[in-house]
Design a protein around this ligand. Structure first.
Ligand code: 6PG
Length: 252
């Protein structure tokens, strides 16, 4: 682990992407059970991209699906690309294919970002209201778990380096411009909405992430260039699950 971490987080190195998915699934089950025991609804913001797909499939598999109280679980999304719902780039579509469809989750429990509509600002405002309604007018949302991935450029959700959304302090959901392919507008949770979560979990795999992971976790603070450094929960836990390839430049 870094000798002098730039940010405060639990950093866990897993053997490979499959081990990341297994570790994350156990965490999901434990947090879900804790919410059920406390008589609370469990809320999660899912990550897009490719890495979490293995986790979603695992959660829908016989090994894990019965360990989760799905009726008491509400799924949200950390970000969405402004593409049609049947596009291969649609984050909801990936989550539907791997998790929501196989489990047959009730639509009342799935809160997707309607990013296929022509007005992205409107879609962001609607999603802001959807979250605000769910959390009953609270000053900030309080997701039990926010899942995030990290891009090669250090972005997370659709919070890309140097973009306007990084500075947003009032709204929980905004439109943002893309930093990477697909080059379409994005809709993203903002840092206040992420950092108010009880638990935040990064899933990062692959050697192409190694250089950026080392900069984010062990380099000097430069959150405008490395937005993932801005993820610092106010009162919650922050855990980074990396595979060995992604962690190879971190000092052990
Ligand atoms: C998106 C994301 C994004 C993603 C990272 C990592 O919609 O693009 O939510 O933040 O998590 O780019 O993506 P991979 O897991 O595919 O590397």
């Amino acid at each position: 682990m870094p000798d002098t971490p730039a940010i405060s987080a639990d950093i866990i190195v897993c053997a490979d992407p499959n081990a990341i998915a297994i570790d994350a699934a156990h965490r999901f089950v434990a947090l879900n059970a804790a919410a059920v025991r406390a008589g609370r609804t469990f809320s999660i913001a899912l990550a897009g991209g490719r890495t979490p797909e293995a986790l979603y499939k695992l959660l829908a598999s016989p090994r894990f699906r019965d360990a989760v109280d799905w009726n008491n679980t509400h799924l949200f999304f950390g970000d969405e690309r402004c593409v049609p719902i049947d596009s291969p780039f649609c984050n909801y579509s990936m989550a539907h294919r791997s998790l929501i469809g196989p489990l047959g989750l009730p639509s009342a429990n799935v809160h997707r970002i309607k990013a296929e509509q022509p007005d992205a600002d409107q879609a962001a405002a609607e999603y802001n209201m959807e979250i605000a309604g769910f959390f009953g007018g609270a000053a900030l949302p309080a997701f039990d778990l926010v899942l995030l991935g990290m891009g090669n450029d250090g972005h997370c959700a659709s919070l890309f380096p140097g973009t306007g959304a990084l500075k947003e302090r009032e709204r929980w959901v905004v439109r943002n411009e893309p930093g990477l392919e697909p080059f379409v507008p994005r809709i993203t949770l903002t840092f206040p909405a992420i950092d108010s979560a009880a638990n935040i979990l990064f899933l990062v795999a692959g050697q192409d992430k190694a250089e950026t992971a080392a900069k984010v976790l062990a380099g000097p603070l430069a959150p405008d260039e490395l937005p993932s450094q801005s993820v610092q929960p106010a009162n919650g836990t922050l855990t980074w699950l990396l595979d060995r390839a992604a962690a190879r430049l971190l000092v052990s």
